[in-house]
Each structure stands twice: as C-alpha cells, then as structure tokens.
Write a protein that binds this ligand. Sequence first.
Ligand SMILES: C[C@](O)(CO)[C@H](O)COP(=O)(O)OP(=O)(O)OC[C@H]1O[C@@H](n2ccc(N)nc2=O)[C@H](O)[C@@H]1O
Ligand SMILES: Nc1ncnc2c1ncn2[C@@H]1O[C@H](COP(=O)(O)OP(=O)(O)OP(=O)(O)O)[C@@H](O)[C@H]1O
Length: 310
Amino acid sequence: MTHLAAAPSPSVRVRAPGKLNLSLRVGPVEDDGYHPLVTVFQAVTLVEEVTATEVPEGAGISVTVTGPQADQVPLDRTNLAWRAAEALARHVGTAADVGLHLAKGVPVAGGMAGGSADAAATLVACDALWGTALSRDELATLAAGLGSDVPFALLGHTAVGTGRGHLLTPAMTRGEFHWALAVRHEGLPTPDVYRRFDELTRGQARAVDPVDDTELMQALRAGDPAALGRALHNDLQDAAVDLRPDLARTLDIARQGGALGVVVSGSGPSVAALARSRQHALAIAATWTAEGAADSVWCTTGPAAGARAL
Ligand SMILES: C[C@](O)(CO)[C@H](O)COP(=O)(O)OP(=O)(O)OC[C@H]1O[C@@H](n2ccc(N)nc2=O)[C@H](O)[C@@H]1O
Ligand SMILES: Nc1ncnc2c1ncn2[C@@H]1O[C@H](COP(=O)(O)OP(=O)(O)OP(=O)(O)O)[C@@H](O)[C@H]1O
C-alpha cells in the first residue's frame, strides 16, 4: 500500500519592518482626539514575519505568536493582524478564514510599531493568499483605517508622515545608518503618552511645520550621520520621560557613550541612539546592559524595505 502524505496547506510569508521616528512633531489635539503630526519615519532591519495559511472554509481567523515577548501579545480579535485580515475580507467581500502566525522581531509596545508591521504584513499576505490583488493604494487606505503607523509599515524606507502620520511622502536618503536600541519590557501605552503631552503643553502645543525638519532632510540626503544625529527630535520625549523617569538615564548613558544623537522612539519607552558604525552601536548597547539601563538591547540599521512577500 502506498502512503500519500497530505499536501501542505498553501501559505504566504511576508516580512514588514519596525520603525523609528527620526523626528516627531506634534500639534495641539483636535476634536477627534488625534494630534496633527509631522514625522520622519525610518524603517529598520528589526522585522516582523507573518505567515498566512489557508484553513478550511468557515474556520475563521486564528493567531499564533512566537518571539521573546510573545506572552504580551493578544491572540484574539484585539490583535492588529486579526483586525487587518478582517478589514481586508470585509473590503473585498470574502470570508475571513485564515491562520496567521506572527514571528515577532520588533520589541512589543516599545514605540517601534511592531503591531502595525504585523497588520501591514497581514494585509499583503492575505491579499496574496486570497488572490484579491488589491493595489498598494487600496492596501494603504485599509492600513490607515487600522492605525496611524500601519501605512508606513507597508511603504518602508524613509518617509515624511503628515495628518495622523498616515499621509506619506518618500524621502531621499543616502547610505545606511547604525542604531543602538534600549528596550524596556514594560511598554508605554501610546494614548497615555499623548495625554501626558496634552497636560504638559496645556493644550497649547505649537502648530507643526515641515520646515522645522529642513536640516534633518538635508542630513538624510547627504548621508551625513553626524548632522542627522544633531537633528533628531521628538515632541513626545518629555511626556515619555515624565511617565518613565528612568529613561533620562538611558538617554544620558548613550550621550556619554558618544552617540551622534539619541531620542525616545515614537511614544517610547524604547530609546534609539545613532552610532558612527556597527561597532559603536554595539559599544553603546553594551554600556546600557552593563549599567542596567535596559531590559534588552538591539543593534539595527535603517532604512529597510516595507512589507513584502518572501
Ligand atoms: C507615536 C507614533 O507611533 C508615532 O509614529 C504614532 O503616532 C502612534 O501610532 P499608532 O500606535 O498607530 O496609533 P493609533 O492606533 O492610530 O492611535 C492610538 C492612539 O494614539 C493617539 N494618537 C495617535 C496618532 C496621532 N496622530 N494622534 C494621537 O493622539 C490617540 O489617542 C489614539 O487613540
Ligand atoms: N500584533 C501585535 N503585536 C504586538 N502587540 C499587539 C498586536 N496587536 C495588538 N497588540 C497590543 O498593542 C500593544 C502595543 O503594541 P505594539 O507592539 O504595536 O506597540 P508600539 O510598538 O508601541 O506601537 P506604536 O509605535 O505604533 O505606538 C501591545 O501591548 C498589545 O497589547
């Protein structure tokens, strides 16, 4: 008797990057509860990998997760990847049946948009698995409905974000930038940081203006890490440090270690230090570890590609 092995279910694997905000300028909160932003995103080589696998009709969506902080990631419909699959299925009028596996390489709740990368990767993976063949523009519209950082995870590289951060213009850059990252395993909820920003600025934050990032954009075009380091900026930094005062020491240690610039990433609590080289990034990371200033440290480079099938 011949034994026939069952054919594996079709699956699609997609990688999407985490991000840093090289500059994050935040205006006064609007009536919808969101803040107008001008931000310069850079995608980095810390990535999420999402595998979407065909499941029997009517099986619905399921999520499994691996990675160092997998226990902090929800497996139900509050997971952004689940919501991305649901949003795509609703948009194209197909049944939302898929198994999603997330291999997490981006720190969880670190201000580096790991969940957003999962959502972007899921849109691309399910679009391929279900053969729905949406354009990148249609995917970007769905992405913006899932979260402000999701469209950038689709696009990748370096881009200026306006509106809620979801309206993107690619930016010209030269060369590769080396980053050291100090990660705290207790995350900072993004809404809390924006709320603290409102309190600290008493609702009177200055209106955002892309002109304020002229030097940063020049540094990127020139591939000049020293100039980029001087131009790093984050309007949410004071709010993040106010909520987590120990971040001040993490910032100081990197400065003392000769970082070209150091900044809280997005809403924190991750801290990103721009280094002269990979060796320099490793040295900053080693000092953070030695001083107990981070729960984990990472070295990465940017820019990196947006969500794409492997
Ligand atoms: C801090 C950043 O990561 C910088 O890129 C983003 O602004 C946050 O993006 P995100 O996590 O995708 O945020 P969303 O899921 O869209 O929004 C979460 C919450 O953050 C606040 N929020 C977000 C974006 C924005 N422009 N203004 C805000 O006030 C709102 O309270 C919102 O309810
Ligand atoms: N796919 C996901 N991966 C990680 N967390 C998720 C996911 N979906 C939902 N969450 C929830 O969202 C919270 C924030 O997740 P995430 O890792 O995306 O934060 P972040 O990097 O700070 O996001 P951002 O920089 O976009 O504000 C987590 O604590 C978790 O409860």
